[in-house]
Design a binder for this molecule. Structure first.
Ligand SMILES: O=C(O)CCC(=O)C(=O)O
Length: 260
């Protein structure tokens, strides 16, 4: 349990604004999460033809024990998984975001991180990136399909640091933050069960450890912007993101990428 778990809806925005994150237990219907989990489990086999290191829909991470480069993420995912789309647009979730924003939210980005056993985590970073169209109201909702905890490498957030805005140069590049940017004693592991959600902002520093358990950590990362902050920008975001990824791969000599 974290301090914000039991907050009344009206207090959630205060906590989110103050801490840069909020956890809400049991928000999403069990039936919806079970349907989406079953669909998620079947996705890599069902769309095996999409799982390629050349396909920029896919993200890969090393296995920390074997060194094997392992498929880890579909980004985007809602066009492959109707049940994930239902989670992203669930009325309970949109109502929570409406409370946090003080107005409607628009889906901006959607990914499913599978994080199989052994797979590496992410270094400390903020999601907000200085691209022309990147909304400052960007936030991410975590919706797990199975328990996420320290052992399988749950996401860890650092409260309060979002108030400093961007902690990296605003040069349009992705930056990992030095570990000493945050006080490790302040770390909040987002330990979640299916139905729970955690919401954190684009300026909230976060990271995750490797999955050292024998379990998967399948979790939706659903990102939104306030409708008042640019309206529906999902298509524009993916156009910009794909162009950026292709440029990055090309810098490393990889010019045979595609999106499918
Ligand atoms: O997998 C995680 O816990 C973190 C993922 C993340 O930070 C990201 O996709 O930006």
């Amino acid at each position: 349990m974290t301090a914000t778990d039991t907050l009344a809806p009206s207090a959630r925005r205060v906590a989110y604004d103050r801490d840069g994150y909020v956890v809400v237990r049991g928000l999403l219907p069990k039936e919806l999460m079970a349907r989406a989990a079953a669909e998620a489990e079947a996705l890599p086999a069902r769309f095996a033809d999409l799982v390629s290191t050349r396909n920029i829909r896919c993200r890969w991470q090393d296995n920390v024990f074997t060194g094997e480069c392992t498929f880890e993420t579909f980004d985007p995912v809602i066009d492959l998984s109707p049940a994930s789309r239902d989670v992203a647009l669930a009325p309970e979730l949109l109502a929570l975001l409406n409370d946090l924003y003080g107005g409607p939210a628009c889906l901006f980005k959607d990914k499913l991180i599978f994080k199989p056993p052994g797979v590496k985590g992410y270094g400390l970073h903020q999601d907000w990136i200085a691209w022309g169209g990147f909304p400052r109201s960007f936030l991410t909702v975590l919706a797990p399909f199975e328990p996420a905890d320290r052992d399988n490498g749950c996401t860890v957030v650092y409260p309060g640091y979002h108030a400093g805005g961007s902690l990296s140069p605003e040069d349009g590049q992705y930056h990992e933050l030095p570990a000493d940017t945050v006080d490790e004693a302040a770390a909040v592991p987002l330990v979640l069960d299916p139905g729970d959600v955690a919401v954190f902002g684009g300026f909230t520093p976060h990271r995750s450890d490797p999955n050292t358990s024998g379990r998967w950590r399948r979790q939706l990362y659903l990102s939104y912007n306030a409708a008042a902050d640019g309206g529906d920008r999902r298509e524009a975001h993916y156009r910009e993101f794909h162009a950026w990824l292709e440029r990055k791969y090309a810098e490393y000599g990889k010019t045979d990428t595609y999106f499918a």
